[in-house]
Design a protein around this ligand. Sequence first.
Ligand SMILES: Nc1ncnc2c1ncn2[C@@H]1O[C@H](COP(=O)(O)OP(=O)(O)OP(=O)(O)O)[C@@H](O)[C@H]1O
Length: 641
Amino acid sequence: MTTDLLATSSDTWRDRAGDPPVVPPELDPPGRVGLRERNRALWQRHDLRRQRAEDVYAASRNPVRGWPVSGNRAVLAFFGDLVRTRKRSFALLVLLNALAAGSALVIPRLLGSLVNRVDDAGAAAAGLDTLALAVVGVVILQSIFTFGAQWTSTHFGQDLLASAREHVVSTILRLPVGRVEGASTGDLVTRVTRDVGTMARSVQWGVPRLLISLMTVLLSIVAMMLNSLVLAVPALVVFALCTPAVRTYLRRAPKAYITEGATYSRINTTLTETVEGSRTVEALGLSQARVQAGSDDIAVSAQAERYGMTLRNVLFAALNGAFQVPQVVTLVAGAYGYSQGWVDLGQITAALLYVVALAEPLDAVIGEVDRLQVGAASTSRLLGIAEVPPDREPGDRLPDGVELVADDLRFSYREGHDVLHGVDLRLRTGERLAVVGPSGSGKSTLGRLLSGINRPRTGSARVGGVDLVDLPLEVLRTEVALVTQEHHVFIGTVRDNVVLAREDSPDDAVREALAAVGGLAWVERLPEGLDTMIGSGRFFLTPAQAQQVALARLIIADPHTLVLDEATSLIDPRTARTLEGSMNNLLEGRTVVAIAHRLHTAHDADRIAVVIDGRIVELGSHEELLDLDGEYADLWHAWTS
Ligand SMILES: Nc1ncnc2c1ncn2[C@@H]1O[C@H](COP(=O)(O)OP(=O)(O)OP(=O)(O)O)[C@@H](O)[C@H]1O
């Protein structure tokens, strides 16, 4: 039997998809031909969606195309660790649940004795009161234990959940920037939103409820056997007959739920792309195509969900039967056993009550196992993030000096396609170096390598003799920092946004940094000055203001080397010149690499590196390069003419 994603347990989906429904000729009047064609088209579409769901699953398991998904072992080890570190509360949880379940199981036995007393006409009146009182007493005890068990379970679940969330956040924060940028945004967003939520629900509710239900089932079985082995066997045999259905479900469910998660990632990726590229979509009239792409993703996702639902339905149908049959079997076995004198009426009553009472926890076990399967699939996707290989292993060595030296840098975004071809560069401490060159020549890539964002394929970029990518991130950022055209404003006050790298900075330092980039005047005009809330949905900053906040943030971070990747491009030329002018004072004493389109930046720089096709072809001052009459001179004449 295949475990094909969209085949049901009997493979009917695949068969049906391959062979459109056959209508016998005598029932096929001319009017039905259209219907048959429509059915055929429907099955073909279904087949296509099934194939695409398979592709989504395959892509989600391919570490080159998608982010990793952990295996079952990693998920079990993760939950095992969470539980192991909470041994005491886990033990209390088990004890209270055992007491609650155990006391519940005494009740059928007491009721059985009550029936025997009533049956035994002579002694009827004598023991009835005591037995009835005992039942009431046990019910009260059971309520107390149940309350305690629920309370402990909730706290245990919440504690587990908090740790799980912390784990996810810290894992994501340690991801290399290069890897995050290379990932599909939709996938990452889906993992940290939907998957965290699903994992959270299964950890908080699924784990404790499964424990409670499992314990109740196990103790019920023990109680049934203690009550009467003869009456317990038929029910146990029926339950045992259900194991193939459960095993089939358990074998197939992980794939189904991982595929569901991957299809949600697809939906989010398409949606994010559409929103991020909305201008292009509008300009090229792509709305209809984007809507269609979204609909296709949803159709594939619905197909994956249908498969999961079919698995659940088949399982629940099998188990529902299994819950009803034991009651009849126990009654028949009881009647026969009673006629043979093997069991008394009390035992039959107790056995029937146990079987009836067993249905609920068994149902809960199956329900929670399903919930945990969904949670486990989400957890494997979340733990998969931790399997993203780090692009650096920080060492212990700290830089001895501030000189930045690049040696034979080669780098490729795609294997076999280098965009830098052996760049050598020795920065002079405190100099302003402008990097110029045609679009796509590799200027930004060089900037990323010089600021330690990416690891070169070969060669090295070292500061004070230590490879940038061998430095811990917090050390790296105080050595060299990259400021790009993207300036994210985080939700928070202006102050919060400026002091990100050094949270204990005093307000005077914040104002000084803002003043240095020409941003203090508008900040002071804000309703609450430094305390004004900015960021998504709050006070709106113009791109130029956002850029000033970002630059002020860098001044507070205080690295000795700055790589400015067209940092002033979003500001109009006059403001840009002002900003650069005010920055000049502050940048004094720092080494600055300015990657620029506008050649006036180059004109002001101490040296200029001209990058063409991933190589530095000219390096020198403005005057030297003009005298050279090469690439730079051409660019300069074109710019000034
Ligand atoms: N994330 C990426 N994935 C794949 N290729 C990339 C990526 N970023 C840049 N490239 C390619 O690498 C080459 C160098 O790009 P880079 O951005 O470094 O050039 P640039 O000189 O800064 O260009 P521009 O001035 O237009 O920003 C280009 O061919 C570009 O298409």
